[in-house]
Design a protein around this ligand. Structure first.
Ligand SMILES: Nc1ncnc2c1ncn2[C@@H]1O[C@H](COP(=O)(O)OP(=O)(O)OP(=O)(O)O)[C@@H](O)[C@H]1O
Ligand SMILES: CC(=O)N[C@H]1[C@@H]2OC[C@@H](O2)[C@@H](O)[C@@H]1O[C@H](C)C(=O)O
Length: 382
């Protein structure tokens, strides 16, 4: 039983479009029916990365990208529905994230005051017209309007899918950015925040590899061959984001190309692998420190027994090994071990948030984002 929803997510790694077809039941239950990743072409990825590096966009360029992404996403959704052998008429709604081009929950000063916001491009109206399916979008914007961070949103799915009666669980997503959800055993309480970079710096450095440029460090093999550059690592961990208390969220604005410059300028390395190892260590250390230093209500690190990871970073064996070494008290698994594909989780989240909208269920947790209240997130475009 249940109804079909599509979740469409494109994360901070800019690796492609994740499309999940899910059957969602009432009360909330979710089963993945189909999943597909459409990789972005390297030129397109480079174009968007350049836009994010220098955000002095002309309005016409912004509008063109917004429209073209809507067009492209619509086509890819139609193609995946054909693959899933599901007519559009059977899909209740699409939960559409788009691509985050800028995330500024703390605000930006302009004449008239400080404006806060988050910008995801991919025109939902074009997607709705191209697919003939109702599109629910703007989930983060509702939370931001209520004073929240607009991120992370994944606690909605973590809460419903992974809460355990007798096991304290930590959910870790390793995308471009790393985020953590803490689910104490047998409790409705939840805390979550971004801990900082996951693969964002590693990917950037691999793209700038002097002889073997590529989009990622395959299985963490370059990092495995390097050594940690301790003073570089120290200069990175001094970034104020790591010392900031939740609620907090981050992105390419903090840990994108500008931050990565310090790696590429670092003159005391003789092997490029050392930079990759240092970036991988930064990810592992900042996640481990955030977990060990965790405090929420009466809960602390000792209340958690399992950590369940998802996202593309789970394929980085060196990173996963570092996490196991740093957090030996935790039994570290992946969501795939629990029946939820590591790559599909965030797209399933978008399908779940569309379901929440259609059923009038709040999608945010004020304890997580800092919003002034719970709310049904997003809006619908037919
Ligand atoms: N085989 C692999 N070996 C090492 N790393 C990998 C591998 N496959 C994927 N990754 C890493 O995972 C990243 C993609 O992860 P994912 O798709 O979960 O991120 P995202 O959803 O775009 O980001 P976010 O969750 O921050 O929005 C790649 O950019 C790469 O760094
Ligand atoms: C603004 C934005 O796009 N944030 C993303 C990003 O990618 C991971 C992390 O940073 C997380 O906070 C969020 O995405 C997931 C889906 C979330 O909101 O839970």
């Amino acid at each position: 039983m249940g109804e079909l929803y599509l979740g469409v997510m494109s994360g901070t790694s800019l690796d492609g479009i994740d499309i999940a077809l899910a059957r969602i039941g009432q009360p909330f239950s979710i089963e993945l029916v189909g999943f597909k990743t459409v990789p972005f072409e390297e030129e397109l990825r480079r174009e968007y990365l350049a836009m994010m590096k220098d955000p002095s966009w002309e309005p016409q360029r912004l509008l063109a990208v917004h429209h073209l992404l809507g067009d492209r996403f619509g086509q890819e959704i139609n193609a995946s529905l054909r693959e899933f052998r599901t007519p559009p008429s059977r899909v209740k709604a699409i939960g559409l994230h788009g691509i985050t081009f800028w995330h500024c929950p703390e605000g930006y000063e302009v004449y008239g005051g400080v404006g806060r916001g988050t910008l995801q491009l991919c025109d939902p109206y074009t997607v709705a017209v191209n697919t003939g399916i109702r599109v629910i979008h703007g989930f983060r914007q509702t939370d931001i309007a209520l004073g929240g961070q607009g991120a992370p949103m994944v606690p909605f799915l973590d809460h419903h899918l992974f809460r355990h009666e007798s096991m304290g669980r930590i959910m870790l997503n390793l995308g471009g950015i790393a985020n953590l959800s803490f689910l104490p055993a047998g409790s409705e309480d939840i805390s979550a925040f971004d801990s900082g970079p996951a693969n964002m710096i590693i990917d950037h450095l691999m793209r700038h590899h002097p002889t073997e440029p590529q989009s990622l460090d395959p299985s963490g093999s370059y990092a495995a061959k390097g050594k940690v550059l301790h003073d570089l690592l120290k200069s990175c961990t001094a970034h104020p984001f790591f010392g900031t208390a939740p609620p907090k969220s981050t992105g390419r604005e903090d840990f994108g190309p500008v931050f990565c410059e310090r790696f590429l300028r670092y003159r005391q390395f003789d092997r490029y692998e050392d930079l990759i190892k240092t970036a991988t260590t930064l990810t592992a250390v900042t996640i481990s420190d955030a977990i060990r230093g965790f405090r929420f209500k009466d809960y602390e690190y000792a209340d958690f027994q399992e950590m369940i990871a998802s996202g593309g970073g789970t394929y980085n064996d060196t990173l996963m090994e570092m996490l196991r070494t740093n957090l030996p008290e935790l039994d570290i698994k992946t969501t795939s071990d629990l029946g939820v594909e590591v790559d599909a989780k965030e797209a399933m989240l978008m399908a779940s948030l569309a379901w929440a909208y259609m059923n009038g269920v709040p999608g945010n947790f004020p304890t997580v984002t800092g919003a002034s209240r719970k709310a049904v997130l997003g809006s619908a475009t037919y």
